[in-house]
Design a protein around this ligand. Structure first.
Ligand SMILES: [Zn+2]
Length: 238
């Protein structure tokens, strides 16, 4: 355990067994979209809500653990990433106390605690590589949008806690190639229609090109190709 990271324990009853006894190989990052961390902890611990997460980090950086990492918390819901459909069994869920309608940038104290927690988890769990730390939106295009456009993925990547595309070349816009590279990286459309793939484009941009709008463009192509070539979603431990 990182010496300067205090983790407060507040067990939630909302968890189950990881199906098939799998070892988590992913981390899913969320925002709570609630008024306060107190409200969020209450909801994540209410049996009626049937939701939870392993950790919650409040704005000031306080880390609360609600579910043991060995257990299956209920944070991901419907969706998939690469070949994995049961994201809850394969992942550790971290909630950030953050309300997108109330603010833009995340509090530095909150991100600092998140970095310490991620360092600690990655040190203990070699199955989790930086490219397997994903957004809730990544695994549920069209349904989820957290942790949102202000989450500092690039900053995390500079510490080996995420990935980020560099020196991107523009490439010709081509939906067939976009789908190929998006799937190779890990994205799955909820349905194989133009709408389903537009949802994938939207969540991909939310994370990697938050200012990009309009139709599929050469910069989208450059980034998705870079991601797919550098981090193809290939697992050897499943
Ligand atoms: Zn979420």
């Amino acid at each position: 355990m990182a010496s300067d990271l205090n983790i407060f324990q507040q067990p939630s009853p909302n968890f189950g067994i990881r199906r098939g006894g799998v070892i988590p190989s992913m981390i899913v990052l969320h925002y709570t979209a609630m008024k306060s961390s107190k409200d969020a902890i209450q909801r994540l611990s209410d049996p009626k809500s049937e939701v939870s997460a392993h950790y919650l980090i409040d704005e000031a950086g306080k880390v609360t653990q609600l579910v043991d990492e060995q257990k299956r918390a209920w944070h991901a819901g419907q969706g998939c990433w690469g070949e994995i459909n049961d994201i809850n069994s394969y992942s550790i869920g971290i909630e950030l106390d953050y309300c997108p309608s109330a603010k833009c940038n995340f509090d530095e104290r909150q991100i600092s605690s998140l970095e310490k927690l991620l360092f600690d988890i990655l040190k203990r769990r070699s199955e989790i590589r930086p490219e397997f730390i994903i957004a809730h939106s990544d695994m549920a295009p069209g349904r989820k949008f957290d942790p949102g456009m202000y989450f500092p993925w690039k900053k995390l990547s500079q510490k080996g806690l995420s990935i980020w595309p560099e020196n991107i070349l523009d490439l010709a816009a081509d939906w067939g190639k976009f789908k190929y590279h998006a799937e190779r990286f890990g994205y799955r459309a909820s349905c194989d229609t133009f709408g389903g793939w537009t949802d994938v484009l939207d969540v991909f941009r939310l994370r990697f090109l938050p200012k990009q709008e309009g139709k599929l463009s050469p910069v989208d192509m450059g980034v998705i190709t870079y991601l797919s070539n550098n981090w193809p979603n290939i697992r050897n431990n499943d």
